[in-house]
Design a protein around this ligand. Structure first.
Ligand code: 1HN
Length: 346
């Protein structure tokens, strides 16, 4: 039973002031907002960011602000439900579109938030992570886990754009966010190069907990796309064609806080994703997809991004009857599982 509780206005003003003078606050006027009935009331709003809309503005940032004045030239995909100034897509997810122009250099630093890059367009750029040079090609996923040095360079002749996904809002909320600048990294090779196929697993592997060490930093799109097509072909009746980006040796999620996967929709396929507690981000790598979140529908074109709050079912529809579609998904599920908050409400 949910009874109506007393409000702050019901209390004598001089009593409320006496409390404040001693840094005290009554709980009951705020209790329902802190613990709403049945499900959370998320600030996260289903939001769509069109690449066609943002691309000219990002290129304009390239003209307006030299890389030396930006360090990282990024337009943040901000969720209006949180307030644009908070620069967050969901409670734990930060999204940004980053531009690097030919010959530019984004200097080395390391920081406490974990980051990944999903490459959107252009050739010739690379990220060096912990001394390991990771070429950036469209659709590649590149990890820069917490505490590892990273810098970006560009030897090509066209602009390169990628989507940054960080757990910055959470790490900042925890008052644990900071960075350290460093010198240009010396390159080093892997003694035994990791097998990129080993970093893709059927999504139930998400269920396991986590470990340290990041032997695989670059998850080439070529491998992920081929593995999705092979799964679809091998299991023609399987509804969900999805691979999680995982630690290649343990099968645990590739990073500690946010989870990453690639999903394929068969031509014309409609797929309902259950209402689960973590918020999610969808970024269209290839094809044409409609994303429905409650009463909102977003027609995603290639390189578009959208987000959905937690505890909400999402319907994905391939708008093409002839071609498959490929979606990159980032979500808060490793975090929710570790905290014991994960729920699947079907
Ligand atoms: C960062 O380090 C990068 O290294 C991009 O490219 C975006 C957003 C907030 C904090 C650190 C990068 C970032 C960031």
């Amino acid at each position: 039973m949910t009874t109506t509780l007393g409000r702050l206005e019901d209390l004598p003003p001089d009593y409320v002031q006496a409390l404040a003078r001693q840094n005290l606050v009554p709980l009951w006027p705020s209790l329902r907002a802190l613990l709403p009935p049945d499900k959370p009331r998320p600030a996260t709003r289903a939001t769509h960011w069109s690449y066609e809309g943002l691309r000219p503005l990002l290129l304009q940032a390239g003209e307006l602000t030299p890389i030396e004045k930006a360090e990282r030239r990024v337009l943040v995909l901000a969720n209006p439900g949180h307030g644009l100034e908070r620069m967050q897509a969901s409670a734990a997810i930060y999204l940004g579109m980053q531009l690097l122009l030919p010959g530019e250099w984004a200097p080395a630093h390391r920081h406490t938030p974990n980051a990944v890059r999903m490459v959107v367009e252009g050739e010739g750029a690379y990220t060096t992570v912990d001394g390991r040079k990771c070429p950036m090609q469209r659709g590649d996923l590149i990890l820069t886990p917490t505490g590892l040095w990273h810098e970006h360079g560009h030897d090509g002749d066209q602009p390169v754009v990628w989507l940054d996904v960080l757990d910055l809002p959470l790490v900042h909320y925890l008052e644990a966010s900071y960075h350290v600048d460093g010198p240009r990294q010396a390159l080093r090779e892997f003694a035994i190069p990791p097998d990129p196929q080993a970093g893709l697993r059927p999504t139930p592997m998400f269920e396991r907990a986590c470990s340290a060490g990041y032997p695989l930093l670059r998850y080439p799109w070529e491998e992920a796309r081929a593995a999705l097509l092979a799964q679809a072909q091998a299991e023609p009746h399987r509804e969900v064609i999805q691979l999680a980006y995982v630690h290649p040796e343990t099968g645990e999620p590739a990073q500690n806080i946010l989870g990453f996967s690639a999903l394929m929709l068969r031509p014309g396929q409609q797929l309902r994703l259950a209402a689960r507690s973590p918020a999610q981000v969808f970024h269209l790598i290839e094809g044409a997809v409609e994303v429905q979140v409650e009463d909102q529908r977003f027609a995603l074109a290639e390189a578009d991004t959208c987000c959905a709050p937690g505890y909400t079912a999402v319907q994905l529809s391939n708008r093409s009857a002839t071609a498959p579609a490929f979606v990159f998904i980032a979500d808060e599920s490793p975090l929710h599982r570790k905290l014991g908050l994960y729920e699947d409400r079907g």
